[in-house]
Design a protein around this ligand. Structure first.
Ligand SMILES: Nc1nc2c(ncn2[C@@H]2O[C@H](COP(=O)(O)OP(=O)(O)OP(=O)(O)O)[C@@H](O)[C@H]2O)c(=O)[nH]1
Length: 354
């Protein structure tokens, strides 16, 4: 073996702040001594995080010029200039290997370690600039909260969805050409006695949903909206009357919804998640935009967790979102955000007692 080369793509599920990595593509370019074999990895290079080129000592003389030539080709085939563009493949060229150690396992292991180190540094810098926004979707049981959340994030409609726990969705979205890490908690079956106070303290914005064919859900939404604004007076909120496609079953007039919206100083829309109303996207985008302007949070970054995940398992709950090219991670609400809730609760108590 004279020179070995290949391309590797290290992926991190877009919405997963634990920043797990997995190898999504590994293209083996083979040995350059086989000549045209190298062309077979051009497709892989186009999406590669890194490219490795190793050589044995016996080919040292020709290594440098050959490697440069192929790195140039790689940059050209990916349409990126490796040295100047931020999304260019991360190109790693290792030092010469002793021929005795030149096994493909060692090459790959070394390469992954190097790629990770450089990539983590790069991501640390980049991710510090991605703001995070959290939205709580609340409302009575069966009004369509899950269907609404999934519709917004994936553009898909799920007819039947049953869950007896709150769900947290995470995704990186691009809004107005800016990346935004979005977390949406879909609060399960809110009864007023069990108002989701914790979620409201946790969130940056709230979307309150009722069902236009269910008057009880409207009264509940109205009370919830009032409570939300009591707890978080400055919080961007939207009131949505869902199931507008069921006009023949309507129990709540549109003007009633509009009135409650005006009274609580929040945006109101009637929507149909089933029929994919444009107002769904307008509503989410509006609160995200509002929050983005006021929230510039950074995510916590765990290098050891990342490396651990690379060596260990790929997160089995990752569902690729083909429409937006992102990833939706569904996970059960955990204690992760307790400190944030507590901090906001304390702030509120302090403000209220002044
Ligand atoms: N006709 C119609 N049905 C809808 C619409 N949105 C949701 N549904 C249906 O309403 C039912 C409840 O939807 P979910 O999304 O599970 O409601 P939820 O508010 O999350 O319910 P909980 O999990 O119990 O809190 C499902 O059968 C959905 O198919 C809509 O726009 N139109």
């Amino acid at each position: 073996m004279d020179i070995v080369m290949g391309a590797l793509n290290l992926c991190r599920p877009a919405g997963d702040p634990s920043a797990s990595f997995f190898i999504s593509t590994l293209t083996d370019g083979g040995s350059l001594t086989r000549g045209p074999a190298a062309t077979c990895w051009h497709r892989g290079v186009a999406i590669a995080t890194g490219i490795y080129i190793y050589t044995s000592a016996s080919s040292a003389a020709s290594f440098s010029s050959t490697a440069d030539r192929f790195l140039d080709k790689a940059a050209a085939s990916s349409g990126k200039n490796a040295s100047t563009q931020s999304h260019a493949p991360l190109i790693i060229r290792a030092s010469l290997l002793d021929s005795r150690r030149c096994s493909s396992t060692i090459i790959l292991k070394n390469f992954v370690e190097e790629a990770l180190t450089v990539l983590l540094k790069k991501m640390k810098t980049e991710e510090k600039t991605i703001p995070k926004v959290r939205i709580a979707v609340i409302g009575k049981s069966n009004v369509g909260k899950s269907a609404l959340t999934v519709r917004y994030l994936t553009r898909r409609y799920i007819g039947e969805y049953r869950s007896n726990t709150d769900l947290l969705y995470r995704q990186i979205l691009t809004i107005n050409n800016t990346s935004l890490e979005v977390e949406i908690v879909d609060v399960c079956s809110c009864d007023l006695e069990a108002f989701p106070e914790e979620a409201i303290y946790w969130a940056d914005a709230a979307i309150v949903v009722y069902d236009i064919t269910c008057r009880t859900s409207f009264s509940q939404a109205s009370d919830m909206l009032h409570k939300v604004l009591q707890l978080r007076p400055q919080m961007p909120t939207v009131l949505l009357g869902n199931k507008a496609d069921l006009e023949h079953l309507r129990q709540v007039d549109q003007t009633e919804g509009r009135t409650i919206g005006i009274q609580n100083n929040c945006t109101f829309h009637e929507v149909s998640v089933a029929e994919n109303s444009a107002a769904i996207y307008q509503s989410f985008d509006m609160v995200l935009n509002e929050c983005r302007q006021s929230t510039q949070k950074t995510r916590k970054f765990s290098v050891s967790k990342m490396i651990g995940t690379l060596i260990g398992n790929v997160n089995p709950k990752v569902v690729p979102d083909t429409k937006q090219g992102g990833t939706v991670v569904v996970c059960h609400k955990s204690d992760l955000y307790k400190s944030r809730v507590l901090r906001r609760r304390q702030n509120f108590t302090a403000t209220a007692s002044l």
